[in-house]
Design a protein around this ligand. Structure first.
Ligand SMILES: [Zn+2]
Ligand SMILES: [Zn+2]
Length: 412
């Protein structure tokens, strides 16, 4: 199979891979392809189990919380529903979609796709279905939500008795099956079922695609020399159009949200009639003072350090694009990949607030309400994810002359 590395644009001929082998780019070490070994039956079995576990986690008690003889029990959909009651529709919708709606949709699509649906569907439908399926994955945050639940339990353990319900354990099983199923999906195999890759003669391996007038489709990886991908009919670009401008715009928005996210309270705790606001840093300090050092460190890293580091790294990379590639470019590519990977883990704190708000509702005795800081924080994380997504790492490997060609082409 021919392809161009999505990180450095080197044209590569991938040989046939046997089971458990994978191909990496010799230039920048990006993972390119895994063996086409058939794992369809395990994907279907795991997805089916994941759906059943997710469904069963919706109807039984998820967590319960008791203090001074009063017990509050919540189900999983309550976590989002209670946020709706506080006029926090944006957060409620975000949580519902990212932890229940999207995973359910993705699993419901994965199963028929791995049972050979692509061979039965007309080409146009199959193409759309594959595109939608692969676009969903980055927005699913079930595993992060689970960590958020654990963190919030540590936060309130000292104040009250906590009990995990049946639904909590089903949700844990769902996350395990979901992660196992999605890591087994072989995207190239599915694209191949839609249409065999088209072989382009006279390519020079180990030369960059842009120098040969070739482009790798950003959706299916097919190497093309046409305006539209020959396999999935997406418009092809040698570089993401206006990549740096888009990344910079999202980045500026995220930095603008970072300030209010840290200044305004993310939640209010009412205890015996006293309302105490707490900010991101305040929450970390309380955890530290109570002796939960590992959790305090995780939250500090995820909510304070990572967003700041991400903004700095992405601005640095946007600047480095103007310089020719050098010996460090390989490391910059790796840093970019890491930034993209850890992006959504910053959401832990939002889920912690959601769980606490849903669970701790004992009126004046003790209750937690969400603060405006959470909305800014969520917006900031989403903007950073979009900034990382908009940035094209191949630009780092371009010489400024190539960059000009790419720019001219995108303007056409
Ligand atoms: Zn590469
Ligand atoms: Zn394509």
């Amino acid at each position: 199979m021919q392809t161009a590395c999505p990180s450095c644009d080197l044209v590569i001929e991938i040989p046939y891979l046997s089971a458990k082998q994978m191909a990496v780019c010799p230039h920048c070490n990006t993972k390119l392809s895994v063996s086409k070994a058939n794992q369809d039956s395990s994907v279907v079995a795991l997805s089916l189990s994941a759906i059943l576990m997710l469904l069963s986690s919706m109807f039984y008690p998820f967590l319960s919380f008791s203090s001074s003889g009063i017990t509050q029990t919540i189900t999983l959909p309550d976590a989002a529903r209670i946020l709706f009651n506080y006029d926090n529709d944006f957060l409620g919708l975000f949580i519902d979609t990212s932890i229940i709606g999207l995973p359910m949709l993705l699993l419901a699509l994965i199963i028929p796709l791995h049972l050979g649906l692509l061979r039965a569907l007309p080409y146009l439908w199959g193409k759309r279905l594959l595109k939608v399926t692969f676009a969903l994955e980055p927005w699913i945050m079930s595993e992060i939500f689970l960590i958020g639940v654990m963190v919030s339990m540590v936060k309130i353990m000292s104040m009250a008795d906590i009990a995990f319900g049946v639904s909590f354990w089903s949700y844990v099983a769902f996350v395990v099956c979901y992660v196992a199923a999605t890591t087994r999906i072989n995207k190239q195999r599915l694209w191949q079922q839609l249409k065999e890759p088209i072989y382009i003669e006279q390519t020079q391996p180990n030369t960059r695609a842009i120098d040969q007038g070739l482009k790798a489709c950003h959706v299916c990886g097919q190497l093309c020399n046409t305006e539209v991908c020959s396999r999935c009919q997406t418009k092809t670009f040698s570089r993401n159009p206006n990549s740096i401008q888009k990344a910079a715009a999202w980045l500026i928005t995220s930095v603008a949200c970072y300030i209010p996210a840290n200044v305004y309270p993310i939640m209010y705790t009412t205890s015996l009639g006293d309302e105490t606001p707490s900010t991101l840093i305040g929450g970390v300090m309380i955890l530290w003072a109570s002796g939960s050092y590992p959790i305090a460190i995780i939250i500090f890293l995820a909510s304070v350090v990572v967003p700041l580091a991400k903004a700095l790294v992405l601005s640095f990379l946007c600047f480095m694009v103007t310089r020719p590639a050098n010996r460090q470019t390989k490391n910059y590519t790796r840093v970019y990949q890491l930034t993209e990977f850890i992006g959504k883990w910053s959401m832990i704190d939002v889920f912690v607030v959601a769980i606490l708000v849903a669970l701790v509702q004992l009126g004046n005795l003790m209750s937690v309400t969400p603060g405006i800081g959470t909305v800014f924080f969520t917006t900031m994380v989403i903007c950073q994810m979009l900034a990382a997504h908009a940035f094209d790492p191949r630009l780092l490997w371009d010489s400024p002359a190539n960059l000009k060609t790419a720019k001219q082409e995108n303007l056409v």
